[in-house]
Structure formats: C-alpha cells, structure tokens
Design a protein around this ligand. Structure first.
Ligand SMILES: [Mn+2]
Length: 452
C-alpha cells in the first residue's frame, strides 16, 4: 500500500524550537531540513527550477503561494498526500509546508520554502533538493507573505489548492487588500507537457502496471475470484518496484464490469464470463492506469469476441490518431466515429457507440486524472490514456481496454505495451496460464535503474 509519509509536528507556533533552543526533546537545528522519506526520487533541481520559471513566464509580476495542505483521505483524488502542484514545483511532500514564488518581469526572483522543523539527523538540506533560494520556518510564513504583498504585487492562488482556503492566507489577503489572481489555467498548461523526469516516471508506472496485469492473468480461472487477482496485482506492484497503487484496483467480473468504479473485488468467477482489470501502479508519485479485459476460461465466446474486437478497433483507431496538434476532444470523436462506422448489427439497429458511456481519454501525471484541457492541442510530452469501452447491461457484458500513451515529436508511443491487447495474444496468454496457481510477472526492460 501507500508508503506516503507526511511529516507531522514542526515549529509552527514554537519559535524556540525553530531556533534550536527547545527546552525539551532532541535538539532541533531549524527548518532547513526535510525528512528523507518525504522525498521520493526527487527530480533534478534544474528541472524543478525550469518548471518554476515556466510558471513565472505566465505570471509576469506577482506572488504565487502553494500549501501542501494536510493528508487528503480520498484515494480517488490525491490519496494520503499533499498538494500535487507544490510537489510539481518543489519536488517534496511535507505536511505543513508552503512554497512562495516571487515573480518580477516574468522571472523567478525568489523561491521561498517554509518547512516545519525536524532534527537534522533525520533529514537532508531542503535547499539542496529543491533549489529554493531560501528555506524558512512555517511560523515565518504569514509575516513573509505580508511583507511581499506590501509592494502591491498581486497574489496568485490556485482555487483548488489548500492555500486558497487557508485562514493565514485569507487574513493576509484582507489586511493587505491584495488583488487575487487565478493560477489554474497556467498550471494546467504547464502540467499537460511533461518534462524528461516526469516522462521517465510515467514510463515506469505504466510498465509496472502492464507487467502486473500480465502476471496476474495467471491466477484467472473458474473457481477463483476477483480477490485473487487483486492480491496478485498488489504483489506485482511490490515486486516490480511501484511505490503503491495510484487508485483502488478495479477487478470486475461479469456484471460488475458495468460499474465503472467497482472496487469491492470479492466475487468468484464463472467460467464463461469476462473479467475487467483496471489498475494503476504509482512510481515516484506518478500514476499508471491500464485496463485489460480477459475471458475467465481463456477463450472469448463468439459474442464476447465480436464486441471485444470492436473496442479494440476503437482503441487502435484513436491511438493511431495521437500526435502533436490533436485535441483530446478530437481523439474522443475518433473512437465514437469508429463505433458508429463499424458496429454493423452487433448492437441491433443502433450503433454500439450508445454503450460507450464515458470519455475516451484523460491526462496522466502526478494525478491519475491530471489537469488537462480537452480543447488544447496536445504537445510532445503529453501523457494520456486511451480507453474505449462498451457496457451492455442487458447482456451483463462490460469491456474496456486502456493504454497509457506518450505524445512524441512525430506521433506517439504506447507505454503500457507489456500486456497485450489483441484477441490472439490474449488467448495465448490464457492458454499459457499456470493453472490458476500463481502470478508470474514478466521481466521488464531494465529501465528501473535509469530514471533521472
Ligand atoms: Mn483511466
């Protein structure tokens, strides 16, 4: 499960502790350290600085403020973690921390990080891992923000970030009469284009996810059930180096596949049905999200096969259309057109498109549903899912196939190809199962050691 740690405590309100004169407990040297376990493969500081500078270019002049917030208990959203935008810009996740960017003439003038105190023996220098120009105590935040805003610079906030609702920020805002501007669109534009460190992490997350599914197929058999597959997926994530799941695993057999976010995972399999596996490994905070649909007995029935091949055709058509310049809305249209033009009589007199009841794609990144605009032309570095599906309630059949796809300079690269999609490959995998006894995870490409 998640190994997310949020560093509790700190020097907020305890100025003595921040200056190293704490009368009780171990000596606390200050707030310039961050606990090693708050850092998960921190990105190079050059890239963090480049992200901050790209944001500064869209701000021009102002003070941008981010709060880590406290642990968010909703695993569909953020999981037990702080704010993704703060992590994106500073590379760390420490509960009770703040990041303040002072921007002048489109340039980052200062990067200020405010952290709770820990003992230095537990930590590494925060300046070293974040490239911040100054690191101070959380307790200094309000006073510093007040000083920065006294020069009439506007305050930039993201409405969904904890900073926007924080009482300390609200108090400074009203006392200074600061103009408040919205960072949401600027951050969405930035985060839609991944840099090299992000792509390396997403590549790992997708590959671990795909290999975990390929390995877990071995435990699918009549008499076994959703819980066996869920357990095998968890083993795959651990063995292959994931830092946890990026969302609760969906192991949906038979009619359960009609429920998009089903995750009870307790039903036993019947031999003639399908099982839909929609899971995501997380690697260094980046999310994988891959779906495959397998016949429990190893072979598709004629009806399952004709529907599966239609979904596969939509996947292939939409994936082929992924390239710089296309929008996510257009890709969604490609899949719907495919269903409209290739359904034949599979869904009676109407197109099977009416049974495709969700969006084709979403952006992947620090969040499983990363910030994105459906109307913005994709650029190289975007990472999206392509996930057509068909859900026929009358027949109790739900089929979805989902890949993670990187937009490259010339087209695209499928990051989740370690688990196959075609009928022949799926049935070959079914025939090669270990008799439903144990998962067998395929070895990877060895990139685990080469993530910057
Ligand atoms: Mn998805």
């Amino acid at each position: 499960m998640k190994t997310r740690r949020l560093v509790a405590g700190g020097c907020a309100g305890l100025l003595l502790a921040c200056t190293g004169d704490s009368p009780v407990g171990p000596a606390i040297a200050g707030c310039e350290y961050v606990a090693a376990d708050a850092l998960e493969l921190p990105p190079p500081t050059t890239l963090l600085a480049a992200r901050r500078q790209r944001l500064a270019s869209s701000i021009e002049n102002g003070v941008a403020v981010f709060a880590s917030g406290s642990a968010n208990p909703d695993p569909q959203n953020e999981g037990l973690r702080g704010d993704s935008n703060l992590f994106y810009l500073a590379g760390l996740d420490v509960q009770g921390s703040w990041l303040v960017l002072l921007v002048r003439n489109g340039q980052v003038d200062s990067t200020l990080l405010f952290l709770p105190a820990i003992t230095p023996a537990e930590g590494v220098p925060a300046q070293q891992v974040t490239g911040a120009s100054r690191v101070r105590c959380t307790s200094n935040f309000s006073e510093t923000l007040q000083r920065l805003l006294s020069s009439d610079l506007p305050l930039y906030l993201h409405q969904e970030n904890a900073a926007a609702q924080d009482p300390a920020v609200q108090a400074v805002r009203s006392s200074m009469g600061a103009t408040t501007l919205e960072l949401r669109d600027a951050l969405t534009a930035l985060r839609m284009v991944k840099d090299s460190a992000e792509i390396a992490r997403l590549r790992q997350a997708a590959d671990i996810t795909a290999r975990s599914i390929a390995g877990a197929v071995h435990v699918i058999a009549p008499g076994r059930g959703e819980a066996d597959v869920a357990s095998a997926i968890g083993s795959g994530f651990r063995e292959l180096g994931a830092t946890g799941p990026s969302f609760p695993s969906i192991i949906a057999s038979g009619r359960n596949a009609l429920t998009l976010h089903y995750n009870t995972n307790q039903r036993s399999f019947a031999g003639d049905e399908l099982v839909l596996i929609d899971v995501g490994a997380e690697y260094a905070r980046y999310a994988g999200d891959v779906t495959r649909t397998f016949p429990v007995n190893g072979r598709f029935s004629a009806r399952q096969r004709e529907l599966y091949e239609l979904v596969l055709g939509a996947l292939q058509a939409a994936t082929a259309a992924v390239r710089p310049g296309v929008t996510m809305l257009q890709l969604d249209g490609v899949a719907r057109d495919y269903f409209a033009n290739h359904s034949g009589s599979r869904c009676g007199t109407q197109s099977c498109a009416v049974y495709f009841g969700h969006s084709l794609t979403h952006s992947l990144g620090l969040n499983v549903h990363d910030p994105a605009s459906y109307h913005t032309p994709l650029q190289p570095g975007a990472v999206i899912t392509v996930e057509p599906g068909l859900y026929l309630a009358d027949e109790g059949i739900g089929i979805r196939i989902e890949d993670d796809v990187l937009v490259t300079a010339n087209g695209h690269e499928v990051l989740s190809s370690a688990v196959p999609t075609t009928v022949a490959e799926i049935e070959a995998l079914g025939a090669a199962r270990s008799g439903g006894t144990a998962a067998q995870f395929p070895s990877g490409s060895g990139i685990l050691n080469h993530v910057p």
